[in-house]
Write a protein that binds this ligand. Structure first.
Ligand code: LCV
Length: 259
């Protein structure tokens, strides 16, 4: 597939951004390839996805493809913009997405990374929120993504300065999960992915959706609450729930089937 490399090893899918000549800019083509890959992995019953660039990448992604931004006269980040589709797909796909970061992350790519469920970065990774750098009015849900990942004060600093912050600072303020040395980051990420893949996929999928609904909806709407309750019932009525409880009582490893 152009723009990305897709692999699957058992329950673990890996999507590698692969358009280095354009610094993995989030062009319509690259975004479409990532979305298609997430949908393929969901169908192939992957239980966790690693989203990464090539080992040693100096730029993880340069952000929105500036060449595809309108010159003026229409919203540069409207509902149908590729970046908006990508963020929504990451947030709503059933399996957790782990962003494994090496190199610089710019603009809309920072929102893409923060929309992922877990972020593991090498020490050289940096994160720059760049609308102010381009005079772009960032969109509302994008701002919500940033506000879910960092304090309002930090979001203001990132947005107003458009300056990159280090992985070390991002971890210290809780914006990302771990900083891991480049020689260990692949193994570390894979171990976390394996741990997730060995847990109950239904329970994880519903907790991911629950957290999205709860974090996204300020007062939780009646429909949102009822949806969460209905989804939770699927889990506690499932074989996996029964198996998890039985295995614990019988002191053995559970065998989850996703049913
Ligand atoms: C298209 C690019 C890009 C690019 N698009 O290599 O968040 S918002 O609101 O801002 C949103 C709208 C958004 O995400 O906007 C994009 C935000 N991204 C940026 O501001 C990063 C822009 N790029 C850079 O600052 C540099 O390219 C970095 C620091 C990423 C890498 O610098 P380096 O010196 O290694 P070049 O700048 O020479 O870039 C290599 C080629 O990639 C193109 C760039 O125009 C150049 O093309 P040519 O070889 O044709 O000259 N390029 C870089 N970023 N976002 N194209």
């Amino acid at each position: 597939m152009d723009f990305i490399k897709l692999t699957q090893d058992g329950y673990i899918g890996t999507i590698t951004l692969d358009n280095p000549k354009k610094l993995n800019a989030l062009s319509h083509g690259l975004v479409t390839a990532v979305i298609d890959s997430l949908q393929q992995l969901e169908k192939a019953e992957a239980r966790v996805v690693i989203l990464r660039a090539h080992s040693g990448a100096k730029v993880w992604s340069a952000g929105h493809d500036v060449g595809e931004l309108p010159e003026g006269g229409r919203d540069p980040l409207g509902w149908d913009d590729p970046l908006r589709h990508l963020v929504r797909t990451i947030e709503t796909c059933r399996m957790p997405v782990i962003a494994m970061i090496e190199g610089g992350v710019w603009g809309g790519a920072v929102e893409t990374v923060l929309a992922c469920d877990i972020v593991i970065a090498a020490p050289d990774a940096t994160f720059a929120v760049t609308p102010a750098r381009l005079g772009v009015p960032y969109n509302v849900s994008g701002m919500m993504t940033f506000m879910s990942a960092a304090s309002l004060r930090v979001v203001k600093e990132l947005a107003f300065t458009a300056a990159p912050i280090s992985a070390e600072r991002a971890e210290r303020i809780g914006m990302i999960n771990h900083v891991v040395a480049p020689e260990a980051i692949e193994e570390f990420t894979r171990e976390m992915a394996t741990t997730i893949a060995n847990n109950a996929p239904l329970s994880i999928a519903v907790m991911k959706e629950q957290l999205r609904v709860l974090a996204g909806a300020k007062p939780v709407s009646p429909r949102g609450f009822e949806k969460v309750q209905g989804l939770r019932r699927i889990v506690y009525d499932s074989h996996d729930y029964h198996e998890g409880i039985r295995a614990f009582k019988e002191k053995r490893r559970p065998v989850f089937t996703g049913k």
